[in-house]
Design a protein around this ligand. Structure first.
Ligand SMILES: [Zn+2]
Length: 362
């Protein structure tokens, strides 16, 4: 009788946002694809102990690129803003419309670079429609593949907050919701250093989970959903697309300017630092998976893809790289503070052990 409805729970925990209902959307809708993917990822994560909790995954009516995670009773809630799905797909559709971006893939056309008058993605179903994208099938598939990488990264980040026990730990301190980008200014019973440590851990969870996913995708290319793209999917290319995709995601998310004062006051590391730190994680994951050669190949691509992605992103969106932001990621202060966060992991890990359902990092 006193059960509070889903819409109400979501409204309270997301500061007044409404659910965007996609229940009647077709199997081919992006919203359905990501929703199903989230459930598969949640079920597939190797668990420690029993997980008697359930994932509730949905979308919020908001154009802003963001995602939130919260718990209520026995359920793990993840709600992604609609804007996240649309903006990420639009970003990669636009990038792959640019003939200079991965020009060796398919047949790039200069006319793609302008807006189309007919929708590029429209299967006559209840789907999101994009008016901007490459006409070439391979390039469109690649745009989708990279959007999928980026969106999965966002979902896995939120899943890390759940499965590594962050939200249950925060619940001890009355913190209700974690969001992907929002700055929290209120004083709570948890330190900024703890927040930063949890955010870093969620990034690490997402990166590790995705590296394992990529590894198995490469071993099962015969079942890859876009057959036309398969000849293109060497290990080297896959790693390059992955680096490109996550780098672009951070450019899309990046709104916190680096400055040495907010290094200690923001809940998040500046996005350049998050990106720099998470881009190195797959090296150790691949070694752990027994793919030393893959780890070396991946490591050899990081800097090259960094420069390539910055250049392509800037040309496509007429933006510029703020090199003061890039340089500051390698300053002593940032290195020292990253070390503090890493050291703090050893304080926070024993507290998470009570709640974690996935294997925590060393
Ligand atoms: Zn987070």
């Amino acid at each position: 009788m006193n059960e509070i409805g889903l819409a109400e729970i979501v409204r309270i925990r997301t500061k007044g946002k409404s659910i965007f209902y996609t229940d009647d959307y077709s199997e081919r809708s992006y919203y359905t694809i990501y929703k199903n993917m989230a459930q598969i990822m949640y079920d597939k994560t190797p668990k420690i102990g029993n997980n008697d909790r359930k994932l509730v995954f949905g979308y919020l009516e908001s154009d802003a690129v963001n995602a939130s995670a919260f718990i209520y009773k026995k359920n793990d809630y993840i709600f992604i803003n609609c804007g996240t799905i649309v903006k990420i797909h639009d970003t990669f559709n636009k990038l792959l419309s640019n003939p200079r971006v991965f020009s060796e893939v398919g047949k790039p056309k200069y006319s793609d670079y302008r807006y189309h008058y007919d929708p590029v993605i429209n299967n006559g179903e209840n789907q999101t429609v994009f008016f901007n994208g490459p006409t070439d099938e391979k390039r469109r598939d690649l745009a989708f593949l990279m959007s999928y990488f980026a969106i999965l990264y966002v979902i896995q980040h939120e899943m890390g907050h759940h499965l590594n026990g962050h939200l249950q730990l925060l619940n001890e301190s009355d913190v209700e919701t974690l969001e992907m980008t929002e700055e929290r200014k209120t004083l709570e019973k948890i330190s900024i250093l703890d927040y930063q440590t949890l955010e870093m851990d969620a990034d690490a969870f997402a990166t590790s989970a995705f590296t394992a996913h990529l590894h198995s995708m490469l071993e099962n290319l015969d079942t890859f959903p876009f057959p036309a793209l398969v000849p293109q999917l060497s290990k080297k290319n896959m790693y390059s697309y992955w680096l490109f995709s996550v780098h672009c995601l951070y450019r899309v998310l990046g709104n916190i300017k680096i400055d040495e004062t907010n290094l200690y006051t923001s809940r998040y590391f500046p996005y350049r630092v998050r990106q720099a730190l998470s881009s190195r994680i797959p090296i150790s994951v691949l070694v752990h998976l027994g793919d030393k050669e893959g780890a070396e190949l991946y490591a050899s691509l990081i800097d090259k893809m960094f420069r390539y992605t910055e250049e392509m992103y800037n040309i496509t969106f007429e933006t510029q790289t703020d090199f003061s932001d890039v340089i500051v990621t390698s300053t002593d202060k940032v290195a020292e503070h990253s070390k503090n966060v890493h050291d703090n992991w050893h304080n926070i890990k024993p507290r998470l052990m009570n709640y974690a359902r996935a294997i925590l990092a060393d």
